[in-house]
Ligand binder design. Sequence first.
Ligand code: HEC
Length: 267
Amino acid sequence: MKKYNQIVFPLIIGLIISLSACQQAGKNSTGSEYIPDMAHGVAFEANLYSYYYQNTWGTESEKHKMSSPRMPVNGSRPRSQATDALAMANKGMSSHQGISIPVNGSVPYYYANTEEDRLRAMAEIINNPYPITTAGLAKGKELYDIFCGICHGEKADGAGYLVRDGGKYPVQPANFLLDEHVQATNGRYYHAIFHGRNLMGNYKDKLSYEERWQVIHYIRSLQAGSKNLVYSEKENTFRTVEIPAEVLKAKAESEKAISAVTTKENQ
Ligand code: HEC
């Protein structure tokens, strides 16, 4: 009997330890699950691949397909693309169908991801639709440092930390301080953001229409700074294309004054 206990007790204790070990929840494991559905939802989560082998609601490839982002229906337009008169009348908010959506000025981009259209964009897109403002430059800096600076460098010299520190990134990103990029039209920048270029991916889903243009303003301000020129809300001694907000305001006021004088004269 004593000998029997010596064998059976350790066996039972071993079994308890091993069973409870399996049930322990860990960093990457839920432990034993009473009803697997409770830890692993059966719902398809947008943009989250949550396949679980005990889930019998579809095969792994079906789950993958259902959880992956899909393209919008042909002809869809972003809600923020308020082009109707109603939206304009509502001071920047679209109340179409009773839903208020902040307008970000999104417009369609008619240049395809081909070399031919890249050249066309470079030749045709000259102006920046937004005036230079202090707030826009601050927003541009924030976005540039996050989305572009890691490769193109915080100073726009092509030496972002991904390239500089140990060469983790395999190709040389464009150095915006070189003459070629200083002289490039705004279309070259907009097209690169919208479609990417070779190994550089696109940022059309990361940056809204206005954000793209503020990033371009900020790149211009870095280029101006490297030449000791001014690119600000007050003054632009670097390029003639972009208009500082204060210059625009002064121009509008003087035009108003002139038209007031001429209307008076005509009376
Ligand atoms: C992951 C690294 C990386 C990031 C992040 C990145 N780029 Fe680039 N970019 C590159 C590389 C590499 C090239 C050179 C591509 C080539 O010419 O083959 C390039 C080229 C360019 C060019 C020149 C395209 C041309 O016509 O020659 C522009 C403009 C540009 N990038 C703008 C941007 C902007 C703006 C951002 C941020 C929204 C950005 N890039 C983010 C890697 C990056």
